[in-house]
Ligand binder design. Sequence first.
Ligand code: MN
Length: 198
Amino acid sequence: MEMFKNEHVEAYVYNAAKHGNLESGDTYFIHSEEDYFICAIADGLGNGLIARQSAEVIPHVLAQYHHESLDEQLSRCNEHMVQKRGAAVAIVRVNYEEGTIEYSCVGNVRLYILHGCNKMIYPLPVMGYLSGRPQKMNTQIYKYEVGDLFFLHSDGITLNSPKASLKESANAYELYNNVKQSAQSGDDATFIVGSLLQ
Ligand SMILES: [Mn+2]
């Protein structure tokens, strides 16, 4: 588990390789600046080393370009997928001053936000994956409130009811434990949960 906390965000990351594999084909990235927090999950296509080779590029690209728009960052990631198998990639950025969460994703890495204790927001990703070919992007932006929770996960995490898991959790740490206990997985599995503090 990796943990991050400042006055605005508390976040926990889970990343595990498929049973029997040494290395995960999923990678993640978390980073904070004075005015934003950014996190991402990449799920490399295929298995083992092939999957890893695509996914491991993504944190390096984001470490360098996290100040750019999410779609620009995804485009840069996409350029690196030429001659590789490809990857599903989602990026989430929390902007403290604007009080917004941005999400952009190509492929199957899903985001859930529990807003105002009751309202579930599940933005749809763009279908497909980053393959190095020209790709449509679609950033979605939501206002958040203090206390809102988010849950970003690769397809190796399957929950019966993400909504119930979010609603039953008082904070990010509880949500982390709930998801970890109830998730069933036969694949590389990664998730990032966060609570928005102020
Ligand atoms: Mn996967």
